[in-house]
Ligand binder design. Structure first.
Ligand SMILES: [Zn+2]
Length: 252
């Protein structure tokens, strides 16, 4: 199994899962580059997976379906096959695709955990980003917090494939919260080099996110006292910390 990507719009990733000359496309916000890729590489499209229904994730679906009649999995109106929590989608004999329902960014957000041999890959759309998380357009901060807890509980070796390249901006924010964190400074430099060399900072790993992502470090005293000072409140739970932190990031 190979994971490749196409870039779309300013900073979207369309992730491609390729196995035995077959391809699964995650969140095709555009179609022409996907269609060209399939033809140029002589692949057979097997399915489309959708993490949610924002236009930059689904705008290519209709045109792709005009060329290839394949199932579209998701929790939104663009899906032709609706999925439920913990469902295992069977597209290949030796690859498991597990559904993790993760509302918060939208009501219909989902993540897909793909397992092949020992490799675990999470396609998380706009729920988690490298060193950040998605905006809570539903205003249901508690649902988003619970969704991030689900991701946090996965195998720490999981490779994480978010749908946007926001890493450097997000590390800037993390450095603002944890200014004396030398590891974070080094991580920023490494990501910058990776971006220059490979045009991407992704995938990230859950190990990195547990170390560097403020939204998964809600009991870090530096983050808690920053939120208490900014909002003039007393933070009594990880959830409180998450809610204020996400609101703070909205205007950062
Ligand atoms: Zn979105």
């Amino acid at each position: 199994m190979q994971i490749k990507y196409l870039k779309a719009f300013a900073d979207n990733y369309i992730w491609l899962i390729i196995h035995q000359q077959q391809i699964i496309v995650v969140d095709p916000g555009e179609s022409y580059n996907v269609l060209n890729y399939i033809i140029d590489n002589n692949l057979r499209l097997k399915a489309i997976l959708l993490t949610h229904d924002h236009s930059d994730h689904v705008s290519g679906v209709e045109d792709i379906l005009a060329h290839y009649q394949v199932p579209v999995y998701g929790n939104c109106n663009y899906a032709t096959i609706n999925i439920v929590e913990n469902e295992c989608i069977k597209l290949f004999d030796d690859i498991g695709i597990k559904v993790i329902i993760t509302p918060g960014h939208t009501y219909n957000s989902v993540c897909y955990m793909i397992e092949h041999n020992e490799q675990k890959c999470l396609f998380c759309g706009d729920t988690l980003f490298a060193s950040g998380c998605g905006r809570v357009f539903t205003n249901d901060y508690y649902a988003m917090y619970q969704s991030l807890l689900k991701i946090k509980s996965l195998d720490t070796k999981t490779l994480i494939y978010p749908a946007h390249e926001y890493t450097l901006k997000n590390i800037d924010f993390a450095l603002h919260l944890m200014p004396s964190e030398q590891m974070l400074d080094e991580y920023y430099k490494q990501c910058k080099i990776n971006y220059q060399l490979n045009h991407t900072t992704l995938p990230t790993t859950l190990v990195n996110e547990l170390k560097f992502n403020p939204f998964l470090k809600l009991d870090d005293t530096r983050i808690i006292s920053c939120m208490e000072n900014v909002f003039n409140v007393s933070i009594n739970s990880n959830y409180d910390c998450f809610k204020y932190l996400r609101m703070y990031k909205n205007n950062f």
